[in-house]
Structure formats: C-alpha cells, structure tokens
Design a protein around this ligand. Structure first.
Ligand SMILES: [Zn+2]
Length: 322
C-alpha cells in the first residue's frame, strides 16, 4: 500500500474524516508559533522529504501527542465544547494510527510560499500563508408584515454571532488561515412590505440594502428570513453599493443545498458565501468559484461539506504568485 498523509482535521458535527487531500495550508509560524499535525500511515518506517525549506517537518513523540493536539486546538479560538469534542476524536484517531505503525508529524511553516512533503510515491502539497483578518458585520432584518406592523423577518439573533465566528475559525481559519472578526451585529428596519421569500431582485431594487451596508467593515451579512437566490440559499453581492463594498444575503435555514450528514447547512452556506467574498476581494470576481466535479467539499455543486479542497486553496493562494 502507498503511504498516506492524513491531516488531523475533522468536520464539526460530521463524524467522518476527509479523504487524504492533495494540499493543505500551514500557517507561517511567526509570530504565533503554530504548527499543523498530519498523520503518516502505511509508511513502514519510510522517511519523508520536503521540497524546500518553506516547511519544517518533525515526528511528534508518542508521549507528546496529547500536548501537541492541545496546543494545536488552543491556538484556534474555538468554543470550549467544540475543542473538547475535537480533542477526543483526534486522540482516538491518532492513538489507533500510532498503534498501527503510523507516525504523527508536526508541520511548521517557515517562509510564505508553496512546498510539499513526499513519502515514497505519495505527495502532500503545502502552502504556507500569513493570517488574513477581515472585519464582518451582521445585520438582522425587521420589516412590515401584512397588517403593517414591524416584525423580525429572521429567527436568528445577534447573540448567535459569536458561535458562528467560532465555527468559522475552524472551517476557514484552520484550513485557509482566513479569520473573521465581528465588529458589529444589530437589527435594521426597512419600513416596507417586502414579500417573502426575498429574491435577488428584491435585494437589488430595495435601496435600503445598499444603504445599510457597513462601510467600515470588509463584509456585511444580512439575515433576512426566507430567501432564495439562484438555486441557492445565499448570495454574495459584490456591487450592491457604489462604494465597492461586498454584502452577503442568507436564508434562515439554507435547506436548499445538499450537505454531508451532520453538517449545519446554515454555517456551511455562510462559509461558502464568505469564500466567494474573499475570492472577489482577491480579484477573482469573474471566475467560476464552484466545483462541479468534486464531491463532499466546500463549494461543491454535488454534496457540500466544510472541507476545503486543493483547488479552492489554489484559487485563494495561486501557486504562481508566492
Ligand atoms: Zn456559491
């Protein structure tokens, strides 16, 4: 059997480990000193080599495993319950791997750019990146109902935002080194009867959506209740305001899209639209971001999961532009 690289990463809520990927992101170790952990299995004592000095790879000693898993998770600002459930799952998986001859490797990013780790004929591509932070504002719609009274259009509440941000840390922070800081979360009123479900045309024509965008943030996310985009539950609008700001509109439940069992379709759709936002911001606005051939990854047009694919990492961090 060929050796396998298996990153120590698992979806929140879904109990399967992603397939051995073609590429992972490793954060630049300075200034936070982070590393990523990868299992090397079926390697029968094979040594590995790295393509260049952008990454440094070391074996984690058996009695250092728990410490290594703990410091990996602590650096990611997760909710306590998620951190504990991931730690338990990782410990079980790593222990079983080590007792079957696997090795736990710690991969540290030394310089920004592309690299790879090779064991036998198996290659794991790596991109070392600096952290990117974006400010994000969440706005919760209130509008007039049929008899003219002002009501909450969405069942979501500003108090949920911190939990969403924590899950985004895991999905986009740990996999792509992209972090969101919530600068504001508040309700906003449109004193009109909008007609539900809202459509793209509503967002484009009701000027309050452009007016309400938070220009001090990088992206404004609107929670609007029932919303249907182009056969999707969310839409990224790169050109709604004349100032070039980007906003995202999300349905409350996002049940339109097929997701891997255990994944939360709302959080997944939020992460999906935020990747559109990041790619738009990084000059990829005209390009197709969706993946039509890949299954069980973020942005897949088949079944979606929160696993970031190598092709999305390549769009975020193009190999030719180190
Ligand atoms: Zn999309």
């Amino acid at each position: 059997m060929a050796p396998k690289f298996i990153p120590v990463w698992q979806e929140l809520g879904a109990d399967h480990w992603p397939e051995s990927p073609a590429k992972i992101m490793v954060p630049l170790a300075k200034p936070r000193g982070e590393s990523r952990l990868v299992l090397l299995e079926e390697s029968k004592g094979l040594k590995w080599t790295t393509a260049n000095s952008n990454v440094e790879v070391a074996v984690v000693a058996k009695d250092e495993t728990l410490h290594a898993l703990n410091s990996y998770l602590v650096n990611l600002s997760l909710a306590k319950a998620d951190r504990e459930s991931l730690l338990g799952a990782f410990q079980a998986r790593v222990t079983s791997s080590l007792s079957n001859g696997g090795q736990l490797l710690s991969v540290t990013g030394r310089s920004v750019g592309q690299s790879s780790i090779k064991a036998g004929s198996t290659l794991l591509n790596v991109v070392v990146t600096k952290a990117i932070d974006y400010d994000i504002t969440f706005k919760f719609l209130r509008c007039l109902n049929d008899d003219g009274t002002m009501i909450d259009a969405t069942t979501h509440k500003p108090s949920e935002v911190d939990g969403w941000i924590n899950q985004l840390h895991w999905i986009l922070g740990s996999q792509a080194n992209i972090w969101f800081v919530s600068t504001d979360r508040r309700t906003f009123d449109i004193p009109k009867q909008l007609g539900f479900p809202l459509k793209k045309a509503t967002i484009n024509s009701v000027k309050e959506f452009a007016d309400e965008m938070d220009h001090s943030a990088d992206v404004t996310v609107y929670l609007v209740g029932r919303y249907i985009g182009d056969s999707s539950s969310g839409t990224t609008f790169p050109n709604l305001s004349s100032q070039g700001d980007i906003c995202i509109v999300l349905d409350d439940k996002c049940k339109e899209i097929p997701v891997v069992k255990g994944d939360d379709p709302f959080i997944l759709t939020l992460a999906h639209e935020l990747v559109h936002f990041v790619l738009d911001r990084r000059g990829q606005m005209g390009k197709e971001h969706h993946l039509f051939d890949l299954d069980k990854v973020l942005l897949s047009k088949k079944t979606e999961s929160t696993v970031l694919s190598a092709s999305t990492l390549d769009m975020l961090y193009p190999p030719t532009k180190n």
